[in-house]
Design a binder for this molecule. Sequence first.
Ligand code: ATP
Length: 359
Amino acid sequence: MSHAVVIKNAVKKYGDFVALKGASLNIEPGQFFTLLGPSGCGKTTLLRMIAGFNTVDGGEICFDEKVINDLMAHKRDIGMVFQNYAIFPHLNVGENVAYGLKARRVSAKEIDERVDKALELVKILPLKNRKPNELSGGQQQRVALARAFVIEPSVLLMDEPLSNLDAKLRVQMRTVIKKLQRQLDITTVYVTHDQEEALAISDVIAVMKDGEIMQVGSPETIYKQPQNKFVAGFIGISNFLPCTVEQVREGEHRIVLADGFSFTRRLRKEYAGEAILSARPEQIKFHPSEGLRGRIVFSTFLGDFVEYEVELTDGQLVQVNEYTKDSSSVIPEGAEVFLNFDSSVVGIYDSQSEEALTW
Ligand code: ATP
C-alpha cells in the first residue's frame, strides 16, 4: 500500500544556516512527485528528512496521518535510490537485489522468485550473476532501482538517480523509471535539478529556491503559468522585457513596451505601473509592420523550427522560435523585424514582488 507523504511547515537548520524554511507539501498515494531547483536550494535536505536520514528541526513529516519525525529510517518502509547507485561491489546483481529481502527474513524460495521478477522488470535478468564492475552505468542504475522496489516499499525516494549517466541513457532511463513507477503504483519523491527531466517524468513538481517552495503544480501548469519570475526563468526559456501596465477599464489592461508598442491583456487583479513581460520564444511572432522593433542577429535552423536571436533597439537580445517548412523561408540575418506577442498567453509580473499578475 502506497502512503501519502504530507509535509507540514518543515524546517531544517545546519547550525545557524536555515536550509529549509518551512516547506509544506501534500504528496498523494501513487503520485510521481519531483523536487526541482538549482543546486543548494534544499532538495536533498528535504528528501533526507522524508527518508529519516536528517533530523526535523520544525514542523512535521507524515506518512498518511501518522507523524514520523522521530521514526528511525529503517522503520519507515521506504526504498531509496542514490545518485552514485550505492550497490555493493562484492555482491553480484542477484545478491544485491536480494539484500533487503534477506534483512527482512523473507524465505529463500520467495527471495528467488521476487529477485527474478524485479530483474525481469528492469530487463537485466540475464546479468544476474555479474558483479557490479562488469556492468555499464545504466545497468548499475537498474540494479539500484530493482533493489529499491523489490522490498515493495510504500514510498520510493530517488536523489538525482540519472545524473551520472550520459545524456542519451538519461532519457532512456527516465522512461524506464516512469513506466516502472506507474506499473508498481508507488508514491515516489524524486530529486533533480534538470528541468527537462522533471517535466518529462513527474505528475507533480515542486519548484524550490533558497529553502522555500516557489510553486507546486503539474508540469503543464508550471511551464505555462509560472507563479513568479524565478519559476518562469528556471523552467524552459523566457524572455523578460520591462513594460508598463495601464488600466483601461475594470479587468482590462494595456501593456506598454519600449517604442510605445502596446497590446491589451487581462490581469487577475487591478494593477498599474512598472511590470515585467515574460514571453516564451514560441509566444513571440513576427509581424510585417507592427510591434517591437528589432534586427535578426543570428538564426539557427533546427529542422522543424528556426531559433532567431533578435536585438531590440535598446540592445536587449530576445529569442524567437518560428515553425518553418524549409530553410529557404528563414529570415536573413541583419533583417529588420517587428515582434508581436501572443497576448493571451504571455505572463506579466509585478516588478517589485516578481509575482504573476496574469494567473
Ligand atoms: P544539489 O542539487 O547541489 O544537491 P540541493 O538542492 O540538494 O543541492 P542540499 O544538499 O539540500 O541542496 O543543501 C541545501 C543547503 O544546505 C546548501 O546550502 C548546503 O550547502 C547546505 N547543507 C547541506 N548539508 C549540510 C550539512 N550537513 N551541513 C551544513 N550545511 C549543509
